[in-house]
Design a protein around this ligand. Structure first.
Ligand code: GCW
Length: 673
């Protein structure tokens, strides 16, 4: 929001996100009519005014061409649903105009944001014929925000929710949050951490949540809450939280009734149960289905859903953490209520920089399944590293599960096109916080943006998403785009290169930031690093093949066979599925060890290269954002070098093989330092 003029470019602090509307090309219209009187209509008018201050809104009399935002009951518009919209160049009442038409209010808002995006990204709007509807029904941000204002795995300040001020005082940022989400089609927010404080469901906190729901309603954003499974006990003072106990069922019903009185369009609950110490139905020898269903029955009369997380990894189920959730959930397929959605992280371990897709995608025929992604960069350099996540999510969404033959991509599975899931959905752990620039790193905003855009349309390419975001955030300058777009698009592979190449994973300790490949001491074995890489003098990697612990068998045969054979397994996942000798000959002709050295070195060199690329843009970017990003990139380059030296030195101390020359010179870096 700062408006200091420095040289030719205006200083900015990132607070306006991609809704800067800076140097917008003027719309080829000189008047706009918003034929909607609802609060959403008001929000649309406000947005138009912000974006196009010279435009007269709500006046169609003057002018050659007008922008008309109106309800339409034409069948081609109606079939786009409540959230869909059409934007077309048309003639209405003998006047040429651009018409944004929709069946629903929110569709009109989404259409308006889409139109503004076309202008802001310099697209040709002279002949428009756009028709869109979202691919998925639930498109949610999950906030791991605690009631004390802290954020689990949050790297951008404190929680945006000021619980002590709510419900009476509304921070203006709540509206900017809603605008940003609506502009990319996000239609729900889970307010609190899945490690849920039962107090979130107390009457006092429900009133606070209701104030947020009220503020966001006109932007099409519904509120959801994480529920602590033991709430009937801790909050309700019942002697039990057993889901099959009628008193417990009644408690949940009454709680749901209370919530819906305050928040008539409450979305529903998310539950983390019997995972990482959270209470759950298994405390009473009941199943995950029993647990989910008691909550589902409570919200069903009100149209609510229960998102039941499959992030469970009970050590008693199988020695391999990657196998546990599949084993627990596939045997319950068909036992969940229709308004339950099993929420599955993209990969079978935990938001690692690269994972194969979770084998539960495609495996549940009779139970709704949605995907959970992570926008906050828990394992990807926090808010210090520039890592554009769209390519990672695209690899996941485009992965073919072969659940119903070729073309059964994860995207089509969650869209309910393989098994008839309803509702369908995707959610992501947010990276927002109280920092002025919302996300800690200016480029981390791109991940929030990318999540929304891909949730709306998983077929968008990473390139298109990066292009849109860059143009809106940094402008349409060709030279700038020419440098920044490749930098963003390469950044994920760069991160994987210097941190976890060839399918290595979890080489960290508790902070999930710094490299710690020698980490062997954690409260649980599957929190260490050595459990995953299993390096010894001869070999490295986790044998999940049919000769090993058979994790590959959780995938459909085509995928299983591909992963099972080290020749056909993607090299990027090699050590995830295979345990191989250091001396193994790779396709490149190099040994595995040489290849690993090269990957680490290449990743670190690319991180250093980003610093240089950015420097070349000095003068083309406003000073504050230039400086702040430059500092982050320098940190990233140092971290990348540390990842490389720490991991390679550690592995070399195990296999006795030669290190790259520059690392041999610095024997002072010992593993575990
Ligand atoms: O990624 C892990 C995190 C935990 C988190 C957990 C989960 C909210 O390290 O901090 O807890 O996943 O997804 O439940």
């Amino acid at each position: 929001m700062a408006t200091v003029i420095t040289g030719q470019v205006r200083a900015e602090d990132g607070s306006k996100l991609w809704l800067r509307y800076a140097r917008m090309r003027q719309a080829p219209v000189d008047g706009a009519v918003v034929e909607r009187t609802s609060p959403t209509g008001k929000a649309i008018r406000r947005e138009l005014q912000l974006a196009l201050p010279k435009l007269t809104v709500a006046n169609d009399s003057a002018g050659r061409r007008s922008l008309i935002i109106r309800r339409s009951s034409e069948s081609d518009v109606r079939r786009l649903g409540e959230e869909g919209f059409a934007i077309r160049t048309r003639t209405i009442d003998a006047k040429p105009c651009i018409a944004i038409e929709s069946a629903g209010d929110v569709g009109a808002l989404y259409g308006t944001f889409h139109f503004l995006r076309l202008l802001a990204t310099d697209r040709d709007v002279s002949k428009l014929n756009v028709a869109q509807r979202p691919a998925l029904q639930l498109r949610l941000l999950d906030h791991w925000d605690n009631l004390d204002g802290s954020i689990e795995r949050g790297y951008a300040g404190k929680s945006l929710w000021k619980w002590d001020e709510l419900p009476d005082k509304l921070d203006p940022r709540y509206i900017d949050y809603a605008r940003a989400n609506a502009s990319i089609g996000i239609n729900g927010a889970v307010l609190n951490n899945v490690n849920a404080n039962p107090l979130s469901l107390s009457s006092d906190y429900l009133k606070k949540a209701a104030a947020l729901a009220e503020a966001w309603r006109s932007y099409g954003i519904r509120v959801y809450l994480s529920a602590n499974f033991a709430a009937p006990k801790t909050l309700g003072k019942l002697p039990t939280a057993d889901p099959l106990d009628p008193r417990v069922a009644q408690w949940w019903r009454e709680k749901a009734d209370e919530i819906y009185k305050l928040i008539p369009d409450f979305g529903g609950f998310v539950v983390k149960a019997n995972s990482e110490g959270q209470p759950g139905p298994q405390d009473y020898r009941r199943t995950h289905a029993d647990g989910a269903n008691v909550l589902a029955d409570a919200v069903a009369p009100h149209g609510g859903v229960v998102m039941w997380r499959a992030f469970v990894y009970d050590q008693g189920v199988d020695p391999d953490r990657a196998k546990r959730a599949y084993l627990e959930f596939t045997r319950l397929d068909g036992q969940f209520r229709p308004n339950v959605i099993v929420q599955v992280k993209n990969g079978p371990i935990d938001f690692q920089p690269r994972e194969p897709f979770h084998p539960l995608f495609g495996a549940m025929k009779h139970t709704n399944v949605m995907a959970e992604l992570q926008v906050t960069q828990e394992y990807l350099g926090h808010s210090n590293h520039l890592v554009f996540l769209a390519p990672m999510w695209k690899e996941f969404l485009d992965a073919d599960t072969f659940a119903a033959g070729k073309g059964s991509t994860v995207a089509r599975v969650i869209e309910g096109k393989i098994h008839p899931y309803r509702p369908t959905g995707i959610c992501a752990v947010a990276n927002t916080g109280s920092d002025v620039n919302w996300c800690g790193h200016h480029f981390a905003q791109a991940n929030w943006y990318a999540f929304g855009r891909l949730a709306w349309d998983p077929n968008l390419s990473s390139e298109q998403v990066a292009d849109e975001w860059l143009r809106m955030t940094f402008g349409n300058d060709r030279e700038l785009l020419g440098v920044l777009k490749p930098m963003m698009l390469d950044s994920w592979e760069t991160f994987v290169g210097y941190s976890m190449p060839l399918g290595l994973h979890h080489l960290i300790s508790g902070d999930h930031y710094a490299p710690d490949p020698a980490n062997a001491k954690e409260p649980r074995e599957d929190w260490t690093a050595v459990y995953y890489h299993r390096a010894d003098a001869k070999a490295i990697g986790f044998d999940r093949t049919t000769r090993g612990d058979r994790a590959v068998e959780q995938y459909f045969p085509k995928v299983r066979d591909q992963f099972d054979d080290s020749e056909t397994c993607p090299q990027s996942l090699l050590l995830w599925f295979h345990r191989l000798p250091w001396t193994r000959r790779m396709k490149s002709g190099r040994t595995l060890w040489e290849e690993l050295c090269l990957k680490y070195s290449d990743g670190a060199a690319r991180a250093a290269g980003m610093v240089e690329s950015w420097r070349n843009l000095s003068g083309k970017i406003d000073e504050q954002r230039y400086r702040e990003v430059a500092a982050k990139l320098e940190t990233q380059a140092l971290d990348a070098a540390a990842w490389r030296s720490r991991c390679l030195t550690s592995f070399a101390s195990i296999n006795g093989l030669a290190l790259p020359a520059d690392l041999q010179k610095s024997p002072s870096i010992a593993p575990g330092d």
